[in-house]
Design a binder for this molecule. Structure first.
Ligand code: NDP
Length: 321
């Protein structure tokens, strides 16, 4: 089968198109023919070596496709089922072994590219909005990178929960997308973000700040949060945040700081099905829109990573085998 392989850590150039053997499913696995493959920012952290994964490896953890074979112990999926997943390593390939425990059925209304982007970013937006800081009607929240994959989904979910959403973006085109997703105010990174947020909240600050940008936004995130508010630092697109003196959380107003991960929010099958079910349900009934900003042929994974790290993408992006 065709796949992308990483033999050494580095820039996008280490994503090499290769021919490898089709994987053989274990007794608890599904063998899936991929129709679309989700590209996520975390794929770049593994590629560069910021997060470690033994070499060589086939990147990617997310995708959607059709079940071609099932392991002998699998009872809940059959050949021909449409499935999606957010936790099957080796997804940048024509075929993937997906543990049945992490596979989710895809509603017929949801296309393969949307399904391939919905789970990782969608369930992240879901846990941030519903669990990390459960958004309340009337809250003002701040979402960085508002036109990104997580950003567009989180903005829509927060608006549905009754929040007033302030976002940051880098360009006019991204501002338009962020507003279409429901953002009430859209700021640029070089604005005085804390002052703008406080001006919108009678000086109080945001109930929660969702920061997936990291190094370049973190100080503004702390300074934009209201007394006893939550700062959810969920990513590092601009680089890692340096070590922090806990006293800053005191002087910032008894703030709650968390560095959450999706894996800790889908620990049981029930929790996975709850989050995936709500995301797919909302996509199927049209109350949530997922923008697939670009589809790249599998062999052009390098271009896709360059675009993602170069801030040239909007919404979610996928590879197509
Ligand atoms: P995005 O589509 O949001 O892409 C990243 C965006 O970050 C860019 O488009 C850009 O938007 C913004 N950005 C700001 N500064 C930089 C910079 N210096 N370099 C690159 N990008 C920058 O990606 P995802 O939706 O896939 O992920 C968003 C964040 O969420 C990532 O940090 C990711 O690691 C994290 N994440 C965390 C999860 C978790 O459970 N903890 C799960 C999923 C994602 P703009 O041009 O508007 O600034």
């Amino acid at each position: 089968m065709r796949a992308i392989q990483v033999n050494r850590n580095g820039g996008p150039e280490v994503l090499e198109p290769v021919e490898v053997n089709t994987p053989v499913p274990g007794e608890h696995d599904l063998l899936v023919r991929t129709e679309a493959i989700g590209i996520n920012y975390i794929d770049t952290y593994f590629r560069t070596g910021t997060y470690s994964r033994p070499l060589p490896y086939i990147p990617g953890d997310e995708g959607s496709g059709t079940v071609e074979a099932v392991g002998s112990a699998v009872t809940n999926f059959s050949i021909g089922d449409r499935v999606a997943w957010a936790a099957a390593p080796g997804s940048y390939a024509e075929f993937v072994c997906v543990p049945a425990a992490v596979a989710v059925s895809v509603p017929e209304e949801v296309s393969a590219p949307v399904a391939a982007s919905a789970l990782l970013q969608g369930m992240t937006a879901h846990y941030l909005a519903r669990s990390t800081y459960p958004i309340q009607q009337g809250d003002t929240i701040l979402v960085h990178a508002g036109a990104g994959g997580v950003g567009l989904l989180l903005t829509q979910m927060a608006v549905t929960l009754g929040a007033r959403v302030v976002t940051t973006v880098s360009t006019d085109a991204k501002e338009t997308l962020s507003r279409q997703a429901g953002a009430h105010e859209v700021l640029r990174y070089d604005d005085d973000i804390p002052s703008r947020v406080r001006a919108l909240t009678d000086g109080e600050g945001a109930a929660a700040v969702y920061d997936g940008v990291g190094a370049s936004t973190f100080d503004a995130s702390l300074a934009s949060t209201r007394i006893r508010g939550t700062v959810a630092l969920f990513g590092a697109a601009s680089g890692a945040v340096p070590p922090l003196d806990p006293q800053r959380l005191n002087s910032g107003g008894s703030l709650f700081l968390t560095r959450p991960s999706l894996v800790h929010h889908i620990r049981t099958r029930d929790e996975l099905e709850w989050r995936a079910g709500e995301v797919f349900g909302a996509l199927a009934d049209g109350s949530l829109t997922l923008r697939v900003g670009a589809e790249y042929p599998l062999a052009q994974a390098q271009t896709a990573h360059r675009d993602l790290e170069g801030r040239a993408t909007t919404g979610s992006i996928v590879l197509v085998p």
